[in-house]
Design a protein around this ligand. Structure first.
Ligand code: NAD
Length: 486
């Protein structure tokens, strides 16, 4: 029998989160207005203790969805959008409180973006072909149940964005969320099920684990009812799902470089870069991670960055910070290397500075420093508001170093320039899924830029800016020698 987790279990997680808030790195302003009673009084639909039970229950939901019209699917999606807009501040606060990462105002904006700009059923467009031999229809069918592994950096954003696209495509979804973001992710799973029930759909259309682990992830990946795996996270998880033997969509790590040449509008470039780099404390995988600036404009760029909330680190401060944000880890091969300190990921600039005993005020959004190319701040995907700047002589050097810093992820890159040849050369050389010109990074996911949004950018497997159609199978239906009416 299905074991649904109710208020007592999720409520306990949230209570724990709330207790931890006083010792977490969440900014003071984020601790204010969270009302836990709201949480405790709820029943959370679709949260299970056993993965096999969860899959079977969600399969029933999927079968019910199959019997519904596309119009009914769209009604469910409309309700998901409505609830997401309404509850965006709750999920934003919960996300910051539970993970200690990011900013409430930016997380709220990310949820609204998901509600407004994730495509629904309009993305599923059948095609027809007629000719001397009759009519052929190509329709976009659901896979069935999708297994989705989601990150800690955009937890509820990814659950809701995936749910809209996957349900629009006619699928049910089994989530195995990041263990550090259980309450936030599962809040979003419950929201989707509430929307489904309110719009006349199944009560459990998506599900998740009360305690997701590597084991529940493995059970999900190998279960015969799971027909498609979608994973959003770092290189480890992408490798794991691609080795599963199933159709898999992998949205992996990035390390987006930014080039600023001597034709750019420097004040605007400086503002755009700091806006993008500091958005949700640099958690988005598309956010600016390192800058390659032409030597002749670098001083100006730094000057204008400082006017836009950047704090220029002294060499001593940079060295002290390096010792805090990077820690030694011994790998399976017995070799020791420096990796990012997870306790620093997504923290406010002021919190990072306090770790080296320096007080800066909350207007500081980003910490900038000049480094050489080999510095780990350039090479590692830090996911915190620290932005290294490397001086370059010309476009050849800029492109060469920026491509190397991107590490072949082919994820995202940015450039500020008015020289079309420079822009074209870099875009061709770096081969990223997203290339943003003269704008903050988030323009690349539809925030102040044209096009739809996603929080699953599938570079390694090629689906790119995923949407409902990415989660479908093409099926062809042929009527020979008929229905060609001309
Ligand atoms: P993470 O890689 O630590 O975890 C992602 C998910 O994978 C979690 O649910 C985790 O439990 C699971 N996981 C990790 N290793 C696994 C394995 N071997 N088998 C099965 N499951 C496994 O990622 P995170 O820290 O939460 O997120 C940050 C990373 O994700 C960054 O590298 C970032 O660039 C990337 N990211 C990419 C996108 C994208 O759209 N391409 C979006 C968000 C985040």
């Amino acid at each position: 029998m299905a074991v649904e987790i109710t208020e007592s279990q999720i409520g306990k997680i949230v209570e724990q989160v709330l207790k931890n808030m006083s010792v977490s790195a969440a900014p003071a302003s984020d601790k204010a207005d969270w009302d836990s009673t709201h949480y405790k009084q709820r029943t959370f639909a679709g949260i299970f203790t056993d993965m096999n039970t969860a899959i079977e229950a969600t399969y029933e939901g999927y079968k019910a969805l199959r019997n519904m019209t596309v119009e009914q699917r769209e009604k469910i999606i409309t309700e998901i959008r409505r609830l997401t807009r309404e509850e965006a501040p709750i999920m934003a606060q919960l996300g910051v409180a539970e993970t200690g990462m990011g900013r409430v105002d930016h997380k709220t904006a990310k949820h609204i973006l998901v509600a407004d700009k994730t495509p629904g059923t309009e993305d599923i467009v059948p095609t027809a072909r007629t000719g001397d031999n009759g009519l052929t229809l190509i329709e976009m069918a659901p896979f069935g149940l999708v297994g989705s592994i989601t990150p800690s950096t955009n937890p509820s954003e990814t659950v809701i964005c995936n749910s809209i696209g996957m349900i629009a495509a006619g699928n049910g979804v089994v989530f195995n969320p990041h263990p550090n973001a259980i309450a936030t992710s599962n809040y979003a799973v419950d929201l989707v099920n509430r929307a489904s029930a309110a719009a006349g759909g199944p009560k459990v259309l998506v599900c998740s684990m009360a305690k997701p682990t590597m084991e529940t992830s493995a059970t999900m990946s190998s279960h015969p009812l799971i027909r498609l795996l979608v994973c959003t996270g770092g290189p480890g998880v992408v490798r794991a799902v691609l080795a599963s033997g199933k159709k898999a969509i992998g949205a992996g790590a990035g390390n987006p470089p930014v080039i600023v040449d001597d034709t750019a509008d420097i004040p605007k470039a400086a503002k755009d870069i700091i806006d993008g780099c500091s958005f949700d404390n640099n958690l988005p995988c598309i956010a600016e991670k390192e800058v390659f600036a032409f030597d002749k404009i670098a001083d100006d760029l730094i000057h204008y960055m400082r006017q836009n909330g950047a704090y220029l680190l002294s060499r001593e401060q940079m060295e002290a910070l390096e010792k805090i944000v990077l820690v030694e880890q011994t790998g399976k091969d017995g070799k020791t290397r420096k990796v990012i300190n997870r306790k620093c990921v997504g923290r406010d600039a002021a919190v990072l500075m306090s770790k080296i005993g320096v007080t800066v005020d909350s207007s500081v959004r980003c910490l900038i420093c000049e480094t050489d190319f080999n510095h780990l701040f350039v090479q590692e995907e830090l996911m915190m508001p620290i932005l290294p700047i490397v001086r370059v002589h010309d476009i050849d050097e800029a492109i060469d170093l920026a491509v190397k810093a991107e590490h072949g992820n082919r994820h995202t890159a940015h450039m500020h320039s008015k020289n079309v040849d420079h822009l074209t050369r870099f875009a061709r050389a770096v081969e990223t899924t997203i290339f943003v010109k003269n704008a903050p990074s988030y323009a690349g996911i539809g925030f102040g830029g044209e096009g739809h949004t996603t929080f699953t950018i599938a570079g390694p497997t090629g689906e790119g800016i995923t949407s409902a159609r990415s989660f479908t199978r093409q099926r062809r239906c042929v009527m020979a020698d008929s229905f060609h009416i001309i």
